[in-house]
Design a protein around this ligand. Structure first.
Ligand code: 5GP
Ligand code: ZN
Length: 112
């Protein structure tokens, strides 16, 4: 197993844990682009967002509940934040374990 995020999910590589539930874990990005920059990953390895459709409705709903918890923990729920998942080469995905960036604490530029 060479996937760095699998190693973070298993605790083999240390990270700054922000929150977790049964299926997902959230930790601070090592190279933050904003005061709040958290990565949310499924504990089980998957490469792309399309594989999320294998999960139960409860697991999917827990993903959004976790994002809400992160926003509260990081103090950005009221000010707002952005959730981004870079997919594949053109999307700029560097780590091939599905992840969502939760970014906030400063004003974001417009996308597109
Ligand atoms: P991507 O470019 O694939 O959307 O995002 C990968 C993110 O993972 C980057 O923001 C990068 O800073 C972060 N990252 C890469 N390696 C590590 C690591 O070992 N620990 C943590 N906490 N973040 C990492
Ligand atoms: Zn992985």
């Amino acid at each position: 197993m060479s996937c760095i995020f699998c190693k973070i999910a298993s605790g083999e590589i240390k990270s700054s844990l922000v929150a977790e539930n049964g299926d997902f874990v959230a930790f601070d990005d090592i190279n933050p682009v904003a005061p709040c920059h958290v990565l949310v990953i499924p504990k089980r390895h998957m490469n792309s967002m399309s594989e999320l459709s294998d999960l139960s409705g409860d697991a999917l709903s827990s993903l959004f509940a976790l994002i809400d918890t992160i926003a509260v923990e990081k103090g950005v729920k009221a000010s707002g934040f952005r959730v981004v998942s870079n997919q594949g080469r053109d999307g700029g995905q560097e780590v091939e374990h599905l992840h969502f960036h939760v970014v906030g604490g400063r004003k974001m530029g417009k996308i597109g």
